[in-house]
Design a protein around this ligand. Structure first.
Ligand SMILES: NC(=[NH2+])NCCC[C@H](N)C(=O)O
Ligand SMILES: [Mn+2]
Length: 299
C-alpha cells in the first residue's frame, strides 16, 4: 500500500497560468513531510511536464490537448499502481482529474467519483459560456464530447457535492443524465444518507473552490455560499472513513490569489485529513497483495 503523489501543474483547462504553481507552492509549505507523518509509504513522483495552454486555440483544440495530457497521466498511473495503493494528484486546474478517472476505468475498478466542487464541470463545447475545458471534465468522462473521448464512466457513478454555480446548458445535461448534484445545504442536511449511497471504492476529487471564498480565496472561480474550512475537512474524513479511497486529487489552487496562505493551509489540511483517515482504515486485505514497487518514472 503505497501512496503515490504526483504533481500535475496543468493550465490546459483555463486561461490563468498561476494554477501551474499549485504543486510547487504546496510542496514548499511541507505537504510531503506532513503526509509522511500520517503514513510513511509516500512516494513522490515529482511533477509531470504539461505543455502550457493557449487560449487562442479554438475550444475543440483546447479539449484535445486536455485529453492528450490526461492519457499521459493515465499511462503513468497504469505503470506504477498496484492493488491497494492510493493515487494522489496535486493540480493544476480541474482537467487534472481526467487522467485518473481514465486510469481507474482501465484498471477495471468498480468505483464512484465524489466531485466536491462549486461547479458541475458538465459543459460541452456547445453549452460552455467560456470554452474553458476545466468546466467540461465530467462531461468528457461521461462521453458527451465523443469527438474528443469515448465514454469512460457512466453518469450513475458521479456524485457532485457542494455545487452552487451551474450554466443553463450543463444544468439540463446533468438532469437528463440523472447525475446526483447537491448544494452545500443539501450535503449538510443529508450527509449520512448520501455517504451510505456511495460504492466502497471512491475517487475523491476536491476542487478548492468548493470551500467558501472567505476560507479559500486562492482560486480562479470563487462562488459564495461554500463549505466552511472545518466542514470541508470533516466531510473529507467522513468520505474516506469506512470506505476504500483509491484516488484523490486537489485542484484549482491559484497561489497568486492566496495572500497570507490561507488556501494553501486549507489544501494541506484537506489532504492530510484524507491520508490520516485512509491510513487508519483496515488495510490487511490489500497488504496481502503487496507487490514490489516500480521506481517512479522521470518525466
Ligand atoms: N473546475 C472549475 N473551477 N470549473 C469552473 C467552470 C466554470 C464555468 N461553468 C465554465 O464552464 O467555464
Ligand atoms: Mn471544478
Amino acid at each position: 500500500m503505497t501512496i503515490h503523489v504526483l504533481g500535475f501543474p496543468t493550465t490546459l483547462g483555463l486561461p490563468r497560468s498561476a494554477v501551474r504553481h499549485g504543486p510547487e507552492a504546496l510542496r514548499a509549505s511541507g505537504l510531503l513531510q506532513a503526509l509522511r507523518r500520517h503514513d510513511p509509504h509516500v512516494v513522490d513522483h515529482g511533477d509531470m511536464a504539461v505543455p502550457p495552454g493557449l487560449t487562442s486555440d479554438p475550444a475543440p483544440t483546447r479539449v484535445a490537448k486536455v485529453v492528450e495530457a490526461a492519457r499521459r497521466q493515465r499511462d503513468h498511473w497504469l505503470r506504477v499502481t498496484r492493488p491497494g495503493d492510493l493515487l494522489l494528484t496535486i493540480g493544476g486546474d480541474h482537467s487534472t482529474s481526467l487522467g485518473t478517472i481514465m486510469a481507474l476505468a482501465e484498471l477495471g475498478d468498480d468505483f464512484d467519483v465524489v466531485w466536491v466542487d462549486a461547479h458541475g464541470d458538465f459543459n460541452t463545447i456547445e453549452t460552455s459560456p467560456t470554452g474553458n475545458p476545466h468546466g467540461m471534465v465530467l462531461s468528457l468522462a461521461a462521453g458527451l464530447l465523443p469527438d474528443a473521448l469515448g465514454r469512460v464512466i457512466t453518469p450513475d457513478r458521479l456524485h457532485l457535492w457542494g455545487i452552487r454555480d451551474l450554466d443553463p446548458g450543463e444544468r439540463r445535461l446533468l438532469a437528463a443524465k440523472r447525475v446526483e448534484v447537491l448544494t452545500p445545504a443539501e450535503v449538510r442536511a443529508r450527509r449520512e444518507q448520501i455517504l451510505a449511497g456511495l460504492r466502497p471504492n471512491v475517487f475523491l476529487s476536491f476542487d478548492i473552490d468548493s470551500v467558501d471564498p472567505a476560507d479559500a480565496p486562492g482560486t480562479m472561480t470563487p462562488v459564495p455560499g461554500g463549505f466552511t474550512r472545518d466542514e470541508a475537512v470533516d466531510l473529507v474524513k467522513a468520505i474516506v472513513r469506512g470506505r476504500n479511497l483509491i484516488a484523490m486529487d486537489l485542484v484549482e489552487y491559484h497561489p497568486d490569489r492566496d495572500a497570507g496562505g490561507l488556501t494553501n493551509r486549507l489544501a494541506c489540511a484537506v489532504l492530510e485529513a484524507a491520508l490520516g483517515a485512509w491510513s487508519r482504515c483496515d488495510r490487511e486485505a490489500s497488504d496481502a497483495h503487496q507487490w514490489p514497487m516500480a521506481s517512479p518514472h522521470p518525466f
